[in-house]
Design a protein around this ligand. Structure first.
Ligand code: DGY
Length: 325
């Protein structure tokens, strides 16, 4: 008998074809992801769970593991794995995997899209032109934006995606790159002229600040009131990591008080974001619904990589991307 696997969303056909040789799959067929109560009821006899990284429905905690006594592997179709309670999973000998590498360039593209859109007020001016506000009398000074090229970019979290952003900044936009990271990245320093600095120095010197760090207890609300106050009034803040790496109320206040120029946000403290969140009412905020890796090609590659990780464990082999062994 093949081991049973539960997937919290519909798996692409080409990936399912590969997986079905090794396991029987039960898939959530409804909208979005499996509701938590359904998930808990479905996993009593599964060996594998195929799920997504940022959905709190898929939070892998004691409660979930209590409902899944046979679980061997949880394969996240995402690079982030802050939905894992690492300690509990270790205790239960449940292996956790993620999907690094295959999404690096796509997420870096989105970070740059947010930089450009916020600096040049693309979404605001898109609305402006579509609602007929562009008139012969339009005062052009009022629709000026900010240059991106030849400015300074600060990257908080210089992992693979951070490096892909640095490459775009250096070679595409002639920017000076500063970075703050747990450890120094001599290669990135050499390749992109990136300067390692402490957080204060990065925040005070950067024109654009990209938050790209994984969410961990150390990075929870790493950017808050004090940090926003350190930024230039002309700074643009971009978050492509996780919403909880920022104190969202402090971000709202910083924008309301004109402490920074604008923000480009892919992630929010609560997702889906509350439609009444003040950030969504601000013309100097560009907001997108957590689409860092959301291109058809990259999502397909992530789905396959997650499947390979899951199948490897079910077959008693080492997964390619273990985050918890
Ligand atoms: C991930 O995979 O963790 C990212 O959030 C992609 O957007």
């Amino acid at each position: 008998m093949k081991p049973k696997v539960y997937s919290t969303y519909s798996i692409p056909e080409h990936v399912k074809e590969f997986m079905t040789d090794y396991c029987d799959i039960i898939e959530w067929r409804g909208d979005g992801r499996t509701p938590r109560d359904v998930l808990l009821a479905e996993i009593a006899d599964v060996k594998g769970l195929y799920t997504g990284g940022s959905s709190m429905v898929g939070r892998i905690d004691e409660e979930l593991l209590n409902h899944a006594p046979h679980l061997k592997v949880i394969s996240n179709v995402s690079v982030g794995y802050n939905n894992f309670d690492v300690e509990v999973m270790k205790k239960r000998n449940v292996i956790g995997t993620n999907t690094p590498h295959v999404l690096d360039e796509t997420v870096a593209d989105l970070a740059f899209a947010l930089i450009l859109a916020t600096a040049r007020r693309i979404t605001e001016l898109d609305r402006f032109i579509k609602d007929g506000s562009w008139k012969p009398t339009t005062n052009y000074h009022e629709i000026y934006g900010k240059d991106v090229h030849s400015t300074t970019l600060g990257i908080i979290g210089m992992g693979r995606i951070g490096e892909a952003i640095a490459r775009r900044a250096k070679f595409g936009f002639n920017m000076d790159v500063l970075y703050y990271n747990r450890n120094r990245k001599p290669e990135a320093e050499e390749k992109y002229g990136a300067e390692y600095c402490d957080l204060t120095s990065l925040l005070t010197r950067s024109d654009y600040i990209v938050l790209m760090t994984p969410l961990t207890p150390e990075t929870f609300q790493i950017i808050g009131e004090k940090e926003f106050k350190m930024m230039k009034k002309s700074a643009v803040f971009i978050n492509v990591s996780r919403g909880q790496t920022v104190d969202e109320q402090a971000l709202i206040r910083a924008l309301q008080n004109g402490e920074i120029y604008g923000a480009g946000l892919d992630v929010f403290e609560t997702e889906p974001v509350n439609p009444h969140n003040p950030l969504l009412q601000m013309s100097n905020v560009v907001a997108v619904p957590h689409i860092g890796s959301a291109t058809a090609r990259t999502e397909a590659a992530m789905a396959m990589r997650a499947a390979e990780n899951l199948v490897a464990v079910l077959r008693g082999k080492e997964p390619i991307d273990p985050v918890i062994k």
